[in-house]
Design a protein around this ligand. Structure first.
Ligand code: CP
Ligand code: NVA
Length: 318
């Protein structure tokens, strides 16, 4: 576990497959025995700067650190982007004197990578325009709980090739799951992220497949994932996007092409009856609230590993 102490998580590709597996292993242990880690981050301070709205990410980071004995400070940056009043370098050199870890939700991904470069304490990406790594960790924790191992599973994402899609694709590659992405032509995931995922997939034995036909994408899938068609920051494109994404809506007909045991997944918040119907979102295959719960367990593991506190829990286990 030592290799992760002091590290940043800007992208799922920052970690090796072994390191990602270590986060998953500790998250399972924490979820099963939270009491063993009750004071593992005693008196540690975490600061969170959010340029975008949040329910799950904010609350699961706060509950995560509180339940490990540490505390959180939340700074609402929705009215002014980070780096506007003061340079990111200067902010970093202040923060590192007061807190042990920095959590950022931004528009520009570079705000997070720059902060990581300047700050001597770990920086975690809590969603940028490029990635949502904490979401992907929670989602694959959910899949591991359902299926045991995810190696060789067919994981399908349909919809916008956005931040969530990027992190899921990288995460699937890290854990050896096969990943199929079905998107409209101009909404495919970024080519350099696909290349990163394929480089990881070559090592772990997973396949990354891009298609535009939603039925082909979903056929025989073990998991079908979608996200909103219009992410935060793209609201002005909503009317243009709605008809383009209509064929990618996850409804009962589309789900009928997946494996009979397939789970439906969504990071939430959902635009109900846009990218997914109520029948699927509220139906028996839906794993969305398990995903939301697992945000907290996965982030507890991440905080412990980046802050070098995993050993406290291991010692307590004896
Ligand atoms: N899934 C997710 O990140 O939710 P919030 O935007 O509410 O944090
Ligand atoms: N893709 C969405 C995810 C929100 C959690 C967005 O960026 O708005």
């Amino acid at each position: 576990y030592e290799s992760l102490a002091g590290r940043d998580l800007c992208s799922i590709s920052d970690f090796s497959p072994t390191e990602v597996a270590a986060v998953m292993e500790l998250a399972h242990a924490l979820k099963a025995h939270p009491e063993r880690y009750r004071w593992a981050l005693d008196a540690k301070q975490m600061v969170m700067f959010f340029e975008k709205a949040s329910l799950r990410t904010r609350l699961t980071f706060e509950t995560a650190i509180n339940s490990l004995g540490g505390s959180a400070i939340f700074v609402d940056q929705t009215q002014s982007p980070l780096g506007e009043r003061e340079s990111l370098a200067d902010i970093a050199r202040n923060l590192e004197r007061w807190v042990s870890i920095i959590v950022l939700r931004t528009y520009a991904h570079e705000t997070i990578t720059e902060m990581a470069q300047y700050a001597s304490v770990p920086v975690i990406n809590a969603l940028s325009d490029l990635e949502h790594p904490c979401q992907a960790m929670a989602d694959f924790l959910t899949l591991e709980q359902r299926f045991g191992s995810v190696r060789g599973l067919k994981f399908t994402y349909v919809g916008d090739g956005n931040n969530v899609c990027h992190s899921l694709m990288l995460m699937a590659a890290q854990l050896g799951a096969h990943c199929t992405i079905g998107t409209p032509k101009n909404y495919a995931p970024k080519a350099d992220v696909v290349a990163q995922a394929r480089a990881i997939a070559n090592v772990t034995g997973s396949d990354i497949t891009l298609v535009s036909d939603p039925v082909a994408a979903v056929t025989d899938a073990d998991a079908v994932y979608t996200d909103v068609c219009t992410s935060m920051g793209f609201e002005h494109e909503a009317t243009k996007r709605a008809p383009i994404f209509k064929p990618y809506q996850v409804n009962e007909t589309l789900m009928s092409h997946a494996a009979p045991h397939a789970v439906f997944m969504h990071c939430l918040p959902a635009h109900r009856n846009a990218e997914v119907t109520d029948a699927v979102l509220d139906g028996p295959q839906s794993a969305v609230f398990d995903q939301a719960e697992n945000r907290m367990h996965a982030q507890k593991a991440l905080l412990l590993l980046l802050l070098g506190g995993a050993k406290a829990g291991l010692r307590a286990q004896g």
